[in-house]
Design a protein around this ligand. Structure first.
Ligand code: PLP
Length: 496
C-alpha cells in the first residue's frame, strides 16, 4: 500500500527545475549567512511533475465533485460552479475590507438583499450575516436570548432546554454562553417528549427558563409533530425559542419558522444554500430574528440609507443595532459566502427554492423506502431531507455501522454520518440532498443492498473493508488530533 503514495521527494531529480527567474536588473548582494540553512532539502521537480503529483493526491480523497456524498446532517450538496465565477468577479474578490462605504456600494447592496431574502425565507424581521458557522450562529442566538432577559431585569433565566437528539454544538453553545443545559428525552416517535417539557417549565422552574433550542426537522430527519405545543409551553414560561436551522433544506419555501412562532434561528449557508464546506470554515451561519431580538443582532448590519430613484441607485451604509451583542467576525463576515448564497437563491427564485425542499425530501424518502426491508429503520415514518437507519443486523453481531460505511467506500461512495444522532444505536444518518438524480440514488441503493447481503454471506468483507483505498483503516482519532502535514512522515504514518 505504502508504495502507492510517492512523496514529492520520490520524484525529485537533482538539477531539475520548475521555474525560471528573470535576469537580475539590480545590483547583486549576498544573502545574510545566518538565514541560509544547509539542512533544508527541497524537492527538485518540473512544473508538470508538481501538477501531476498534486492532482494524483487530490484524487485519493473523496469529494462532492467526484461522487455521491450522503453525509447526514451536513447537506453536502453540489457547489454550482457559477457560484465560484460570481465570487471571483474582480469587483467582489479584489475589494479591500477597509474600503469605505462609498467605494463598496455594490457589495453592500448584495449583502442587504441577502439579509432581506434570508429574513423573508425564514419569516423573520431581521438577519445578520456575521457568524462564520452554524455553531457561531447558535452562539449569537443564545447570547441574544441571554441579553434580552438581562435587559428585562431577569438575570435568573439561565436554563436552556435541549432535546437529547440535538447536535452536539447545541449544549456546547449554551455552556460557552454561560448558561445551563437541561436535556429533554425524546418520545417513542422521535419527537421531543412533551410531558418532560411541561414538567421542565412547570411551577418555579418557569422562572429560570431562558429558552429552548430545537432542530426542525430534528436530527432524526423527522418533523417535530408537536412543535406548536412546544412553542406555546416555552413561551408561556417566559422563555424564547431558538430553532437550529441546519436542516432548512427540508423546509425552504414550505415552512417559515418565524411564522411558526420562533424567536431566532440560524442558517448554515454552507448547507442550505450550496456554499462549500471547508474544514470548519469559512462558512456562514447567518442568524435571523423576530421583533424581540432585533435590537440585539450582531453587527454591523447593512441598511438602506436612501431609497433609489429611476436615475440613482439606492445608498447603503453599515450600522450597529442599538443593543447589539457586538461583532463576531472581523470586517463583514465571510463575504465570499454571501456572494455564493446570493447567486444560488437568485438562480432558483421562490418557486425553485420550493422545488429544492420537495426534491430533497422526496430523495430521502425514496432511499428510506428502498432500504427499509434490508435494514432496520427505527423511526420509520415520512422523513424530511434525511433519515436514520441502524447499521447493524441482529443475526450478524460482528458487523457494525462503521463496517458498512467502510465497505461503502469500496463502491466509490462516501459513507453516511456514523453514530449520530446518539439516541439511535449504530446510527447511519443518510442525506442525499436535492442535487442528486435518480440514477445516482439507485446506485447507492444497489450498493447498500449488496452490502446487506455481504454482511450475511461474507461478513469479513465488511469488517476488513475498505479494500480499494490507498490506506485502509486508520486510527481516526489520532489522524485528526495529530495531523501530519509535511511530506516525508506521511508514508510512515500510512504504513503504521
Ligand atoms: C451542522 C449542524 C450544526 C453546526 O453547524 P456548523 O456550520 O458545522 O458549525 C448545528 N446543528 C445541526 C443540527 C447541524 O446539522
Amino acid at each position: 500500500m505504502d508504495s502507492a503514495i510517492p512523496t514529492i521527494y520520490d520524484i525529485s531529480v537533482p538539477g531539475r527545475h520548475g521555474s525560471k527567474l528573470p535576469d537580475v536588473d539590480v545590483p547583486k548582494s549576498d544573502m545574510p549567512a545566518d538565514l541560509l540553512r544547509a539542512d533544508v532539502r527541497l524537492p527538485e521537480v518540473s512544473e508538470l511533475q508538481v501538477v501531476r503529483h498534486f492532482v494524483d493526491l487530490s484524487e485519493l480523497n473523496h469529494a462532492i465533485d467526484k461522487g455521491f456524498y450522503p453525509l447526514g446532517s451536513c447537506t453536502m450538496k453540489y457547489n454550482p460552479k457559477i457560484n465560484e465565477d460570481m465570487a471571483r468577479l474582480a469587483g467582489f474578490a479584489h475589494l479591500h475590507p477597509l474600503a469605505d462605504e462609498s467605494g463598496t456600494q455594490g457589495a453592500l447592496a448584495l449583502m442587504y438583499e441577502l439579509q432581506n431574502w434570508l429574513a423573508e425565507i425564514s419569516g423573520f424581521k431581521g438577519t445578520s450575516l456575521q457568524p462564520a458557522a452554524g455553531a457561531q450562529g447558535e452562539f449569537a442566538g443564545i447570547l441574544m436570548i441571554r441579553n434580552y432577559h438581562l435587559d428585562r431585569g431577569e438575570p435568573q433565566r439561565t436554563t436552556i432546554l435541549v432535546p437529547n437528539s440535538a447536535h452536539g454544538t447545541n449544549p456546547a453553545t449554551c455552556t460557552m454562553a454561560g448558561l445551563n443545559v437541561k436535556e429533554l428525552p425524546s418520545d417513542q416517535d422521535g419527537n421531543v417528549d412533551l410531558e418532560a417539557l411541561r414538567a421542565a417549565c412547570a411551577g418555579d422552574n418557569a422562572k429560570t427558563i431562558a429558552g429552548m433550542m430545537i432542530t426542525v426537522p430534528n436530527t432524526l430527519g423527522l418533523f417535530e409533530a408537536h412543535i406548536l405545543e412546544a412553542l406555546e409551553i416555552v413561551h408561556a414560561a417566559g422563555g424564547l425559542m431558538y430553532m437550529d436551522g441546519a436542516n432548512m433544506n427540508a423546509l425552504l419555501g414550505v415552512v417559515k419558522p418565524g411564522e411558526l412562532g420562533f424567536d431566532v434561528m440560524h442558517y448554515n449557508l454552507h448547507k442550505t444554500f450550496s456554499t462549500p464546506h471547508g474544514g470548519g470554515g469559512p462558512g456562514c451561519g447567518a442568524v435571523a430574528v423576530g421583533e424581540k431580538l432585533l435590537p440585539f443582532l450582531p453587527g454591523p448590519l447593512v441598511q438602506m440609507i436612501e431609497a433609489g430613484t429611476d436615475d440613482e441607485a439606492p445608498l447603503y451604509g453599515l450600522r450597529m443595532p442599538e443593543k447589539s451583542i457586538g461583532r463576531l467576525k472581523a470586517f463583514h463576515g465571510n463575504f465570499g459566502m454571501h456572494v455564493r448564497a446570493y447567486t444560488y437563491i437568485r438562480m432558483h427564485g421562490a418557486e425553485g427554492l420550493k422545488r429544492i425542499a420537495r426534491h430533497a425530501v422526496l430523495n430521502a424518502n425514496y432511499i428510506r423506502v428502498k432500504l427499509q426491508n434490508a435494514y432496520h429503520v427505527p423511526y420509520n415514518r415520512i422523513c424530511g431531507h434525511e433519515f436514520v437507519m441502524e447499521g447493524h443486523f441482529k443475526d450478524v453481531p460482528d458487523v457494525h455501522a462503521l463496517d458498512i460505511s467502510k465497505r461503502l467506500m469500496d463502491y466509490g461512495i462516501h459513507p453516511p454520518t456514523n453514530y449520530f444522532p446518539l439516541i439511535v444505536p449504530e446510527a447511519l444518518l443518510i442525506e442525499p440532498t436535492e442535487t442528486e438524480d435518480k440514477a445516482t440514488l439507485d446506485e447507492f441503493i444497489a450498493a447498500m443492498l449488496k452490502i446487506a447481503q455481504e454482511a450475511h454471506e461474507t461478513p469479513e468483507l465488511l469488517t476488513s473493508a475498505p479494500h480499494s483505498t490507498p490506506v485502509s483503516r486508520l486510527d481516526e482519532v489520532r489522524a485528526a488530533k495529530q495531523l501530519v502535514l509535511c511530506c516525508s512522515p506521511v508514508r510512515q504514518a500510512a504504513s503504521d
